[in-house]
Design a protein. Structure first.
Length: 183
């Protein structure tokens, strides 16, 4: 078999991140999309331990990134959707995040659209976009104070199924106008 290779399929570079229509700005350390499917093997005695088929049993998708603007309270509100953001009516840039006990709160109502767009592509070119329909941040938050390291706000978005269509959908990789569920 002859070796075949297309250098035009190789990619490098950062992306923009929009959550609920708001650009999250610069990142530190890149953006990682994790697509994890789990399967259960189906077996019969006649083939021993060898599976004769596999069944998809779980779809887990996450997006990990560290926002460079670690002092931006609007970003903290995204990181902790259960918190409240208070804004000074006189000085709108004066903001504070309040975290109260929210045990039992379901985050589905806080989920919103998350779009990753490669910066190397024109804004109108959605051919390599990731569009997640229902993303919610539920990461452990770490802020590191260090004399030699820039602080960042680490976010991990969990992608929830969007049940507004049948079947429920998670994301589109590529041009969203090709979505067969759109009118």
């Amino acid at each position: 078999m002859a070796f075949s290779f297309n250098a035009n399929d190789l990619r490098l570079g950062p992306c923009s991140i929009d959550f609920d229509g708001v650009n999250l700005g610069g990142t530190i350390g890149g953006v990682k999309v994790k697509l994890n499917q789990k399967y259960t093997d189906l077996k019969i005695d006649q083939t021993g331990d060898a599976p004769i088929d596999s069944v998809l049993t779980s779809q887990e998708y996450t997006v990990e990134l560290t926002v460079a603007a670690s002092a931006d309270k609007d970003k903290w509100k995204i990181a902790m959707p259960y918190s409240s953001l208070e804004v000074d009516g006189v000085t709108p840039t004066n903001k504070a995040i309040f975290v109260n006990n929210q045990i039992g709160r379901q985050l589905n109502s806080d989920a919103a659209e998350l779009v990753l767009h490669p910066l190397a592509k024109a804004d109108s070119d959605k051919s390599e976009d990731f569009k997640f329909f229902k993303a919610v941040c539920k990461s452990a938050i770490e802020v590191e104070f260090d004399s030699n390291k820039q602080r960042g706000l680490k976010l991990e978005f969990t992608i929830l199924p969007d049940f507004t269509t049948t079947p429920a959908k998670y994301f589109i990789f590529g041009d969203p106008t090709l979505d067969p569920t759109l009118p």
